[in-house]
Design a protein. Sequence first.
Length: 164
Amino acid sequence: MDKTLGTLFHETLKDVYYAERKILKALPKMARGANSPELETAFLAHRQETEGQVERLQMIFEIIGERAQGKTCDAIEGILAEGDEVLGTYKGAPALDAGLVAAAQAVEHYEIARYNTLKAWATELGLPDVAELLDRTLAEEVAADLLLSELAGRTIDRAAIAAE
């Protein structure tokens, strides 16, 4: 395998594609586990958004002439496992939603880092259409992170503290 920026871009794209598809499966479980109706709604809305992100990634694979294919992403596996642990350990507890928000933000921060990098590389590689698609997804991930912070600050963390 060539060790070029183009190869690294393609390998990282496969990593993110795998991650997004795993996240699609995890979001309904997180929504079902949430105590807060607002948090449940946010998880379900982000699931729909994630479906669009997967479609964008498929478009990017097409643009670069590669088959849409994922490769195991150990980072997302670990982050999602932590979210599962929170669901199991804190089920029914007042702090559950705070833990779910923290787990979801870990996912968002991972995605933001990856999409920032991929967008920069796409620009360097002379792929402006790809960079634009990645920027749209990046904006959605940043907005999801901000929404989670807002929910946590407005109600979820306060509810957990009030139960202390």
